[in-house]
Design a protein around this ligand. Structure first.
Ligand SMILES: [Mg+2]
Length: 219
């Protein structure tokens, strides 16, 4: 496995999701209805094609569920889900040994990227990891959320690499691992109890295991 690019999901992959959920409790209580509606919109939007204007479509779906105008929906999504939610992550710690993994890949000459369904915004800086990346993409900007192939393909095209030269690391089996595998990437699935996951080339519950795996792989 000769890797030229290693790409990571962000939420739940660079830092533990439970920390975010715990910190999100006050936010969730204050925005309960909006949160449910937004989750429904995000689920639905993954199945719609073609998408001409992702943000407009997202606002339309949210507006119809929340019974509000599209400009109101857009304003609420921006304020509540993009700005306030990001603040929850202020000073959050990345997973242990993630830095070693990133430094290992760098020392091997690999490019590093993040690909998240959500806007990257300040998250990498809040995590203290902003100096590592050669590219940071939000699928929203590409117009399609994971597991659609477009964001994965665009990532490979950006770096001019073949799918088999890419490793994608994620914590959501359906979106990250199945999506990345379908375009031909190698996949590493971060999960404490991974269960049956045939699309994952490697499963791990802490980053030292991933490091061991890539070190043991023959080039
Ligand atoms: Mg995730």
């Amino acid at each position: 496995m000769k890797l030229k690019l290693v790409a990571f999901d962000v939420d739940g992959t660079l830092y533990p999701n439970w920390v975010m959920y715990l910190r999100s409790i006050p936010f969730g209580i204050a925005n309960f209805r909006k949160l449910l509606a937004f989750a429904r919109v995000r689920k639905r939007i993954r199945t719609i094609k073609p998408v001409h204007d992702f943000y407009r479509l997202q606002a339309e779906l949210f507006a119809s569920l929340m019974n509000m105008t599209i400009p109101q929906a857009r304003e609420q999504i921006d304020r509540v889900f993009y700005s306030q939610w990001e603040e929850v992550l202020l000073d959050i710690k990345p997973y242990p040994h993630l830095r070693e993994v990133l430094m290992h890949f760098k020392s091997k000459g690999c490019k590093l990227a993040v690909l998240s369904d959500f806007p990257i915004g300040n998250k990498l800086r809040y995590l203290g990891l902003d100096s590592f990346w050669d590219a940071a993409y939000s699928c929203e900007e590409i117009g399609y959320l994971k597991p659609n192939p477009e964001p994965f393909n665009l990532l490979a095209a950006h770096f001019g690499v073949q799918p088999h030269e890419v490793l994608y690391v994620g914590n959501n089996y359906r979106y990250d691992i199945v999506g990345a595998k379908r375009v031909g990437f190698h996949t590493a699935y971060l999960h404490r109890f991974p269960g049956w996951c045939p699309a994952a080339d490697f499963k791990f519950s802490e980053y030292r295991q991933l490091l061991k795996w890539v070190e043991s792989e023959k080039e």
